[in-house]
Design a protein around this ligand. Sequence first.
Ligand SMILES: Cc1ncc(COP(=O)(O)O)c(C=O)c1O
Length: 383
Amino acid sequence: MATVRRLQQFGETVFTGITELARIHGAVDLGQGYPNFDGPEFVKDAAMDAIRAGRNQYARMYGERVLNEEIARRFEKDTGIAVDPDAEITVTSGCTEALASACLGLIEAGDEVIVLEPFYDAYVVDTVLASGVPRYVTLLPPEFRVDPDAIRRVITDRTRAIIVNTPHNPTGRVFDREEMQAIADICIEHDLIAISDEVYEHMVYQGEHISLATLPGMWERTVTCSSLGKTFSLTGWKIGWAIAPPPLTAGLRAAHQFVTYAISTPLQYGAATALAAGDDYYHDLLVAYRERRDVLVTGLVSIGFEVLEPQGAYFVYADHTPFGFVDDVAFVEHLIREIGVAAIPPSAFYHHAGDGADFVRFSFCKGLPTLEAALDRLGVLRL
Ligand SMILES: Cc1ncc(COP(=O)(O)O)c(C=O)c1O
């Protein structure tokens, strides 16, 4: 019952409410984290070709060979780690299912899981679904750095895993080498599993993306989760993957087999074509996102927001307190109803809602005209 209650609490997420309110008020939507532009034609063509070629029956349980091979190739190019595409890669329904299957397959009842907050809400639900117990460590403003001492303070003899997300939603932090090494040291010292959510791995504007699995002693204890959706503006395809050594892969596949069994066959062919894209694709993606980031950050600062410039991902985490609202929910309601711009109140990303009260999350995975229209409307707040 406790699990059911927790799920009810998270099931009615703030997102449904915000999207509906935004629609009613005709707000420019900088709320949800999906692009308002389409994915690349060559990728869509590859999926349509696969459908026409009759690739329409169940896929292999852990992924179509061609996709597993492309994921392995890309992972080796990015991290230097050569993985076995069949034994160490599992294709999942988005990163969401990779995270869920990792938790369901690797967390035992009563195990404690460290979650850094503000968190992507699935981490807590996945932990609870697996009958685990979330233990929270708050990344504190203004810099939202990982504090190893704060992590050490929540470790007990029941601690089994830590879930890490870099580049980070919603703060835009890209954890630096010192922070990542500190996490790795703690994992090794306390024999923890790391579940590493790297969906924004190709959106880094400052610093470098460090895959936790690349740090010495970490490959054998890390499940690296990522997906196609963010990098290829195809969030609706829900093609993701988990990369992990065989003992961890065995656990997560035990769950995957019964959660989804297999993932859309033709879309896996499209995904394989996407991942074979050359460096130009990734370069152009970054150039476009950097411009969107700069437009939004400059605009918000000129209006009076206090902004932590995002180092990665596609969100701006802004302090709204200069405008005098009581909390994030009151501020966002005002934005939607009176100003016509939707954003996310981040108290939903903390276990103590008050910890997010001073902030608002804007997404910049939107075309420049959308960002400019939003800034135009937000201009009435100008201090
Ligand atoms: C940090 C983070 N992880 C995972 C996901 C979900 O990824 P997918 O759409 O591939 O399931 C998101 C989507 O917003 C996200 O922000």
